[in-house]
Ligand binder design. Structure first.
Ligand code: ADP
Ligand code: ZN
Length: 805
C-alpha cells in the first residue's frame, strides 16, 4: 500500500481489552502535513464516531483490509508529547488498565469538556489572507474551517505566525478580552509626526513619545492608561492617524495575579542542607538519573534545598517539577516558589477553573514557564528537558490515585526521571516504609537533615491517657493537661494548633433506648449527622434523609450522636476559652477557592489564637508563633483495616507535632489517646523515625506485608452477593492454577465496607515478588473480566493499593 498516502495509528476511546492497541486510519490528504503523534482525532469505529489519540504517523500500513479515514482533527498541536505517549502505554501495562484512560488522565480537564477552538487573525496577517479567510469576521471557528476545507491552510498560516488558535469554553463566563496596540511607524516617521503636532495637543504628544519609546513593541491599552494616563479615546485618534493599530487579545487568566509575594533571596544553606544539595547537584549537571531520599526532620529546611536545586536546574536552562500532596493546603510553598521564580512558575491547582488550569498548562507547554508545582496529576506536566523532579512529603497517600488509572505519582516520577536522565528527590520527615527500605538497600540514596534550622530541639511531646480523664469525670474533648497548656499559651500571646483526627473516625447516631444505629439503606455504613442542613448523610453513596425525631424501631426520643466533628470541638473551645479567637479549617470551611489562604492569613496575622482543623493542618504549615499543638484523638486511625495504620498514625502525629515551636520559641505537644502504650505513639513522642522504621519492618516481615512483598488487590463487585463471591472464588482458582512461584493468595474476603450503593464487594489479595512472572495470569484475568463485565460483574485491579476499604 505504498503511495503518497499517510497513515495514523490511533488509540480509540473505547476502554476494552480488545481495543487496547492502535488502529490504522488513512489521513486525508488535506491534513497530511499537520497530523502528528499526540494529537486527538475523531474516527469512525464500528457504527460510531469516537475520539482517539494519534500515537504514530507513517507512510505505510500493514493492514490489508480497506482502511477508514480520520473524520476530523481536534487539535492544532499535539496535546501529548512522545514521552507521554510512551509513558501512557507503559502505565497501561503496569497497572492493568487501558492506554486511553492513561492518555485522558494526562491532559487538562478543559480539553475533555465542552470547548471550541477559533482562528483569530494576528496583526501580521497579510491583506489577502485577511480577506480570504476572515473578510469582516473577527474569528473563524475550527469546525467551520474544517467543513470549508480551510483547516490545512489556516494551520500553515498559524506556523507562519499570521493567525493564532484560541480556546473558548462553551457555556462558561466569557473570556476576558483586552485591547492591545501595535505601533506602525518607525522612529524617524514618529519624529516627523511629532514635529507637526500642535503644542496644545499634549495627549497626542504623550502618545507619540510612548510610541517612540516602544521601539515597535506592542503594549496593552490597560498599561497605557496605568503608566501614561492615555485613554482609549487618545489611542483611537492615534489609530485614525495611522500611527498604530488596535487589536483584541485574549486576556491571560492569572489566578495568582493578586498574590503579593516579595522576591525572596536564596538563604545561605546550613552545613547539612549544603551537603544534601552538593550530593544532588552533580546529577543535574551530568544528566544522571538517581533517586534521593531527603529525610529531614520537621523544620529542617527541606524547602530551601528544593528551591536551590530548582534554581540550579534553571541555571542550566532545564525545567523543574515539584509535587506537593495537596496544593490548596500548601499556600506557603507556592508563595515561596512564586517569590523566588515569579512568572516562571505555573501552578496546577485543583481549585482553579478548568480555563485557568488550562492556561497554566499551556504556559508550560509553550515554554513560557519552566517550573511546575501541583498535586498528584501534575506529575504529567508538559515539561521538556526536565532537570529535577521533587516530591515533597513523599509518604502522603494522596500521591496514589484511587480510581483508574490507579497510578502512584512517585512511580511515574521515577519513570520520567529515567526518561530525562535527571535526579528525583523524595522529601519527608517520615518516609514511607517502602521508600526508606529502598534507601536501606541502596536503590535510593539517603540524605539526612537532623537539625531544625532554628537550632532548637524538636518540641516536647506528652502523651495523655484519656481513660484517666473519664475516670475523673472529665467528659470534655480536652484533657486537663491540654486545657492548662492552652490557657498558659494564650496568656503568653502565643498561638495554638489543634487537630481532630478524622481518619477512621466513626460518626453515627444511636437510639439510647434500644441501641438502634441509623444506617444507610444502600451501603453497610452508618449515617453521619449534618447540622447545617439538619440531615443524615451517607458519605459513600450520598443518600440523605431528614434528621429523625424519634427511633423508627422503638419510637424512643433519646437519640444521641457519637463521634465528634470539628464544629462540636469548636463549641467546646468557645465554652472553655471564651476570650480566644478560633478559626476552623476542615472540608466545610475550605470548599471555596482561596479559603485556605484566608484562614491561614488569619493565623499569620495573629487574628486567630487557635487554629482548629482536621489532618489537613498537619502538613507544611510554618508559623513561628504556634508553640502549642494538641492532637485531640490520636488513635482513631490506628484501627483502620489496613496494615499501614500504624505507619500512617506515626506520620500524622510526627507531622502535626512538627508544627510546634518553629520560630524562636520552644514548642510543646499533647497527644490525647486511649492507647498510650502503642508503639506508633511512643516512637512519635521520642521523635524517633528510625526506631519506628526498624520496629515496623519486623512486623511487616512477620506478616509478609509490603515492602517485603508486592501486592495486587483484585476487587469484585456485583449487585448479587452470591454472584460476586462466586466470581471472587473464580479469580482465586485462576491464580492458584497459574501457580507462580513466590506468590500468596489471600481471600476472597468481604471488603471492609461490604456493600456500597447496593453493590457487594469482595476482594482477593495477591502477594508476589516477581512482577514479570505474574504478568500473564493477571492479563488473563483482565481479559476474563471483560467477559464478566457483560453480566455487570466488575473487577478492579489495584497495584500496590493504599486503601483496603
Ligand atoms: P521543613 O520543610 O523541613 O519542615 P522548612 O523548609 O519549612 O522545613 O524550613 C523551616 C524554616 O527554616 C523556614 O522558616 C525556613 O524559611 C527556614 N530556613 C530554611 N533554610 C534556612 C537557611 N539556610 N537559613 C535560614 N533559615 C532557613
Ligand atoms: Zn450509602
Amino acid at each position: 500500500m505504498a503511495n503518497n498516502q499517510r497513515y495514523a495509528q490511533v488509540i480509540v476511546d473505547v476502554p476494552t481489552m480488545q481495543v487496547n492497541h492502535p488502529f490504522d486510519y488513512i489521513i486525508p490528504s488535506q491534513w497530511a502535513n499537520f497530523v502528528t503523534p499526540g494529537m486527538r482525532v475523531q474516527v469512525p469505529f464500528g457504527v460510531r464516531e469516537v475520539l482517539g489519540f494519534v500515537v504514530e504517523v507513517s507512510d505505510e500500513s500493514n493492514i490489508d483490509r480497506e482502511l477508514k479515514s480520520i473524520s476530523a482533527v481536534l487539535d492544532d498541536e499535539p496535546v501529548l508529547t512522545s514521552e507521554m505517549l510512551q509513558l501512557g502505554k507503559e502505565l497501561a501495562t503496569q497497572l492493568f488498565t487501558f492506554q486511553i484512560l492513561c492518555f485522558q488522565t494526562m491532559i487538562p480537564n478543559l480539553l475533555k469538556v465542552d470547548y471550541t477552538k477559533v482562528f483569530v487573525p494576528l496583526p501580521t496577517i497579510s491583506w489577502e489572507h485577511q480577506q480570504q479567510f476572515f473578510s469582516s469576521q473577527k474569528e473563524v471557528s475550527w469546525d467551520a474551517a474544517n467543513q470549508n476545507q480551510q483547516l490545512a491552510t489556516l494551520m500553515q498560516l498559524k506556523s507562519a505566525g499570521e493567525v493564532a488558535v484560541e480556546y473558548r469554553l462553551k457555556d462558561k463566563k466569557k473570556i476576558k478580552k483586552a485591547y492591545w496596540i501595535q505601533p506602525l511607524l518607525d522612529y524617524e516617521e514618529l519624529q516627523e509626526v511629532e514635529s507637526q503636532l500642535r503644542p496644545q495637543a499634549t495627549k497626542q504628544q504623550d502618545l507619540v513619545a510612548v510610541l517612540m519609546d516602544l521601539d515597535g513593541e506592542n503594549i496593552s491599552a490597560k498599561q497605557l492608561k496605568a503608566s501614561f494616563n492615555l485613554s482609549m479615546q487618545t489611542i483611537r485618534s492615534g489609530e485614525r492617524k495611522g500611527w498604530l493599530t488596535v487589536f483584541e487579545k485574549e486576556e491571560k487568566r492569572d489566578p495568582y495575579a493578586d498574590l503579593v509575594t516579595e522576591t525572596v533571596e536564596p538563604k545561605t544553606l546550613f552545613p547539612e542542607q549544603q551537603q544534601a544539595f552538593n550530593r544532588i547537584l552533580p546529577d543535574i549537571h551530568t544528566h544522571r538519573h538517581e533517586v534521593f531520599l531527603l529525610q529531614g526532620v520537621t523544620g529542617s529546611g527541606k524547602t530551601e534545598v528544593y528551591l536551590q536545586l530548582i534554581q540550579a536546574a534553571r541555571d542550566l536552562d532545564k525545567t523543574a517539577l515539584l509535587l506537593v500532596p495537596e496544593i490548596g493546603l500548601t499556600p506557603q510553598m507556592v508563595n515561596q516558589l512564586k517569590g523566588r521564580f515569579g512568572n516562571d512558575v505555573a501552578v496546577l491547582h485543583s481549585q482553579l477553573t478548568a480555563g485557568e488550569r488550562f492556561d497554566e498548562w499551556r504556559k508550560l507547554k509553550h515554554g513560557e514557564a519552566h517550573i511546575a508545582v501541583g498535586a498528584r496529576s501534575s506529575i504529567f506536566a508538559p515539561l521538556d528537558n526536565l532537570g529535577i523532579i521533587i516530591i515533597d512529603e513523599e509518604h502522603e497517600t494522596t500521591y496514589k490515585q484511587n480510581n483508574a488509572p490507579r497510578y502512584h505519582a512517585r512511580e511515574v516520577a521515577k519513570w520520567r526521571g529515567n526518561y530525562h536522565q535527571c535526579p528525583v528527590v523524595l522529601g519527608s520527615a517520615t518516609p514511607s516504609l517502602e521508600t526508606r527500605a529502598r534507601a536501606q538497600n541502596g536503590v535510593y540514596e539517603r540524605l539526612t537533615l537532623t537539625k531544625r534550622t532554628n537550632h532548637h530541639e524538636l518540641p516536647d511531646v506528652q502523651i495523655v491517657d484519656m481513660r484517666e480523664e473519664f475516670k475523673h469525670k472529665n467528659y470534655y474533648q480536652f484533657s486537663r493537661k491540654l486545657r492548662d497548656a492552652i490557657t498558659e499559651t494564650l496568656a503568653r500571646h502565643e498561638q495554638v494548633a489543634l487537630m481532630l483526627n478524622r481518619r477512621g473516625y466513626a460518626n453515627y447516631i444511636q437510639c439510647m433506648d434500644c441501641g438502634h444505629v441509623f444506617q444507610c439503606p444502600n451501603c453497610d455504613v452508618s449515617l453521619t449527622r449534618h447540622n447545617e442542613d439538619k440531615t443524615l448523610k451517607c458519605h459513600y453513596c450520598g443518600h440523605t434523609e431528614a434528621l429523625p425525631q424519634f427511633c423508627p424501631e422503638c419510637r424512643g426520643h433519646h437519640l444521641q450522636s457519637f463521634g465528634t466533628g470539628t464544629e462540636k470541638v469548636e463549641q467546646e473551645i468557645m465554652e472553655l476559652f471564651p476570650e480566644a479567637n478560633v478559626v476552623r479549617m476542615d472540608n466545610d470551611t475550605t470548599r471555596r477557592k482561596g479559603s485556605h489562604q484566608k484562614i491561614l492569613n488569619k493565623v499569620a496575622n495573629h487574628e486567630a489564637d487557635i487554629l482548629l482543623g482536621t489532618q489537613m493542618i498537619a502538613k507544611g504549615l510554618d508559623f513561628p508563633n504556634i508553640t502549642l499543638v494538641g492532637i485531640i484523638n490520636a488513635d482513631t486511625s490506628l484501627y483502620l483495616p489496613n496494615f499501614r495504620a500504624s505507619e500512617q498514625t506515626f506520620q500524622l502525629i510526627t507531622q502535626m507535632s512538627g508544627r510546634a515551636g518553629r520560630g524562636d520559641l520552644p514548642g510543646q505537644v499533647f497527644v490525647q489517646t486511649f492507647n498510650p502504650e502503642h508503639y506508633a505513639l511512643q516512637f512519635a513522642k521520642a521523635h524517633d523515625y528510625e526506631k519506628f522504621y526498624a520496629y515496623e519492618m519486623r512486623y511487616r516481615k512477620l506478616n509478609h506485608y509490603s515492602p517485603y512483598v508486592f501486592t495486587i488487590r483484585l476487587t469484585v463487585s456485583h449487585f448479587d452477593e452470591k454472584t460476586g463471591l462466586r466470581t471472587a472464588f473464580k479469580i482465586r482458582r485462576l491464580l492458584q492454577e497459574a501457580d507462580v512461584p513466590q506468590t500468596r493468595i489471600l481471600g476472597p474476603s468481604q471488603s471492609a465496607i461490604a456493600r456500597i450503593n447496593n453493590q457487594y464487594y469482595f476482594q482477593v489479595l495477591y502477594h508476589y515478588r516477581n512482577r514479570h512472572a505474574i504478568q500473564p495470569i493477571l492479563e488473563t484475568i483482565k481479559n476474563k473480566a471483560q467477559e464478566w463485565d457483560r453480566d455487570h460483574i466488575h473487577v478492579m485491579m489495584d497495584v500496590e493499593p493504599m486503601s483496603f476499604m
